[in-house]
Write a protein that binds this ligand. Structure first.
Ligand code: NAD
Length: 390
């Protein structure tokens, strides 16, 4: 095989973008051969591509090697499991599932895959961003020393009422399974755990419909704790404009601030705790030196993940975003919602069954009546970079 034949399930906003990139030749050894969408209008944008009226139909045929699932979230599990069981390579849009128990189903299907060579990836496109790669290297490589405090305010995910009205599934417990934590912020939650690992305890305050007429969370303030005493505050919102993306890391060897495509790194000459213990002066602080790092761009993003997926299939290259790692961001998002709903601190790992029961209850008790979905601007004319927060 020298080319990967793609089938895309769901050619709405995001799937349309993936289809275009494949058709434009942005994925050198990837070829779009089939699409599926339950909305026949969406299929019309690609008249020359073989189409199916539903994702399961596409999976029953053998004309593709790899399946990209870009449907609403609950179907990631059902379609992902079915695609893995049928021996396809699978690339799932984020989040890989709505809740941890569903992620476990996906991971089990992958563990029992019929072909050992099947590749299973997730569209965590922000892992291609050289700024986040550098921050991860500085944290994980030990240059910053032990991390003491993390503050991430990522509130530049602004969404309007028109956005939430653009799809019947959006911002509902039954359709999306959550709000900002399940749709916009999975990228940052994934990056967070990719850089810092999973916390041991989570306490969060999620406001349901603080800024919008929706039943799910659009504003979150969370506090995390690690076994070594490291603490973190994570804030996100889809209601604030102008928003902020500022990540601040305080560590033994200094401080890193990432904001506005710039990393400012201040290194202590002597690690802070060692200085505190050894100095004889009462009001001294360690001497430090500051460097500013700018990089040319935010990396190859979606096209980068698509190419990495193809290279993993054809060349055995390691995945940048293995789908099995997608369970962590879902678990952390679930833990934040669970903490807020139960008004208590959640000890990790999260009890997947207990959270699934709570989510089921939210769906059952939902009183929201969503007006019929309004038509969105056709994706072809939408500036996709705006929806990707780049
Ligand atoms: N990686 C990113 O930057 C990014 C950006 C936006 C959206 N997304 C993700 O992409 C996914 C889709 O979001 P969207 O904004 O494109 O939604 P959307 O509503 O615009 O598109 C989803 C499409 O899936 C179709 N669909 C639903 N169930 C189906 C099924 N069983 N078989 C075939 N088609 C089906 C719908 O008809 C719709 O056209 C979500 O997981 C979302 O979180 C990712």
């Amino acid at each position: 095989m020298d080319k990967v034949r793609f089938g895309i399930i769901g050619v709405g906003n995001m799937g349309h973008g993936h289809a275009k990139w494949l058709l434009e030749g942005k994925v050198a050894r990837g070829e779009l051969v089939a699409i599926a969408d339950r909305n026949p209008e969406k299929l019309k944008a690609f008249p020359h591509i073989k189409s199916y009226a539903d994702g399961k139909q596409l999976l029953r045929n053998r004309d593709v090697d790899a399946v990209l699932v870009a449907t609403p979230h609950y179907d990631h599990t059902t379609l992902g499991v079915a695609a893995l069981q049928r021996g396809f390579h699978v690339l799932l849009e984020k989040p890989i599932s709505v809740h941890k128990a569903d992620c476990e189903k996906l991971l089990a299907a992958y563990a029992q895959r019929p072909k050992p060579t099947q590749v299973f990836s997730a569209m965590f496109n922000q892992r291609t961003d050289p700024f986040y790669q550098k921050i991860r290297e500085l944290v994980r490589g030990g240059e910053l020393g032990e991390v003491r405090r993390i503050n991430w305010i990522i509130s530049n995910w602004f969404r309007s009422e028109a956005y939430y009205a653009s799809g019947g599934w959006r911002a509902t417990w039954a359709g999306e399974g959550g709000g900002v934590l399940l749709n916009q912020c999975p990228h940052n939650i994934d990056l967070y755990q990719w850089i810092f690992g999973m916390p041991a305890r989570v306490r969060a305050f999620c406001s349901l419909g603080r800024y919008h007429k929706i039943e799910v969370e659009d504003d979150v303030t969370a506090y995390f704790e690690y076994p070594n005493g490291t603490t973190a505050v994570f804030i996100t919102s889809t209601g604030e404009a102008p928003g902020t993306n500022r990540l601040e890391i305080t560590a033994e060897n200094g401080k890193l601030v990432y904001e506005k495509n710039q990393i400012v790194l201040t290194k202590n000459e002597i690690p802070m705790t060692e200085f505190s213990r050894t100095t004889t002066q009462s009001f001294a602080t360690p001497k430090n030196e500051t460097t500013t790092l700018t990089l040319p761009d935010n990396g190859s993003q979606h096209v980068g993940i698509l190419n990495n997926f193809v290279e993993a299939i054809l060349d055995g290259k390691p995945l940048l975003a293995p789908a099995v790692e997608g369970i962590h961001s879902v678990e952390l998002a679930n833990a934040m919602l669970f903490s807020s709903l139960k008004q208590k601190t959640i000890e990790m790992p999260l009890d997947a069954k207990a959270y699934a029961r709570t989510l089921k209850g939210l769906i059952k008790n939902s009183k929201l009546v969503k007006p019929a979905a309004q038509a969105t601007a056709p994706a072809a004319t939408t500036d996709l970079s705006k929806s990707f927060n780049l």
